[in-house]
Design a protein around this ligand. Structure first.
Ligand SMILES: [Cu+2]
Length: 143
């Protein structure tokens, strides 16, 4: 898992990957995946979800043509350890901002068809109570 990242990096690409799905009243920003270190194939996906509508958004699953498995995860403190648990759903209340960030909620992407590298784009389709929502994630260098 990637414990460090740079705000500078995040700020610099906000405008590159900002997606506004007006029909769903949902803003998805900074959808990114840190490039995996050599020998590591599992990757984490991060993004910011702003529900600008008046109804709750429930994400109940995700899939990607680029990975065999995509799961919703959270990182939790377990005594002195940090560990990951699977989430059945991610809920974004009306008007709420939910952030998928390092050491927090995230997407877990496993078994890539072909290991994505910095500069690549990964498509993830979220299953939600508003139908499927496709999001392009940008793979970026983690350091
Ligand atoms: Cu995870």
């Amino acid at each position: 898992m990637f414990l460090r990242y740079r705000w500078v990096l995040l700020i610099s690409f906000i405008f590159l990957v900002a997606v506004e799905a007006e029909d769903t009243r949902l803003e998805i920003k900074e959808a990114w995946i840190p490039e995996a270190p050599p020998g590591v194939s599992a990757m984490a996906g991060y993004m910011r979800l702003l529900n600008t509508g008046t109804e709750v958004l429930l994400i109940t699953g995700a899939s990607s043509p680029d990975f065999a498995h995509v799961h919703l995860h959270a990182t939790i403190q377990d005594g002195d350890l940090m560990r990951m648990v699977a989430l059945e759903k991610i809920e974004v209340a009306a008007g709420e901002l939910v952030e998928l960030v390092p050491n927090g909620k995230h997407l877990m992407l496993r078994n890539p068809v072909q290991q994505p590298r910095s500069g690549d784009t990964v498509q993830v389709v979220f299953k939600t109570n508003r139908g499927d929502i496709a999001v392009e994630f940008k793979v970026l260098s983690a350091r």
